[in-house]
Each structure stands twice: as C-alpha cells, then as structure tokens.
Design a protein around this ligand. Structure first.
Ligand SMILES: [Zn+2]
Length: 69
C-alpha cells in the first residue's frame, strides 16, 4: 500500500492499495536521492509513504511538475 501524506501539515492525501513500484505511480522513475527524500519504504519493501505537499501547503497552484515541492 502506498500512503500519500503532506510533509508539511501531516494531512493524509490518499492511498493506493498496491505496490509502490506499480509503474502507473511513477515512483520508481524517481532518482535515488529523490526516493530517499520523498519516499519511506517500510521493512517489507512493499509499502511506502510518499511525502508531498497538500493543496493548502503548496505555495503555488497545483502543478504536476511541482508535486514534489
Ligand atoms: Zn499540508
């Protein structure tokens, strides 16, 4: 399972009931340092928490290119 939380206020953004390596999520396409910064993989290797910013904490309107801000 993949959980999306806001890394600023901690609000839960949603979740995905599947492996974090699911290609549709695009998480495996992140660079190693990006994965270390935005992803927390649990001990099983199957579940992950993705730390992003929610719409309230984003300094600018939502943009796909800025999801990791
Ligand atoms: Zn937030």
């Amino acid at each position: 399972m993949v959980r999306y939380i806001c890394r600023h206020c901690g609000r839960r953004m949603g979740q995905f009931d599947g492996d974090w390596r699911e290609p549709a999520l695009g998480l495996t396409g992140l660079k190693q340092e990006e994965q270390e910064e935005f992803l927390e993989i649990d001990d099983s290797g199957h579940d992950a928490t993705v730390k992003i910013l929610c719409d309230r904490c984003l300094p600018v309107p939502w943009d796909d290119n800025l999801w990791y801000n």
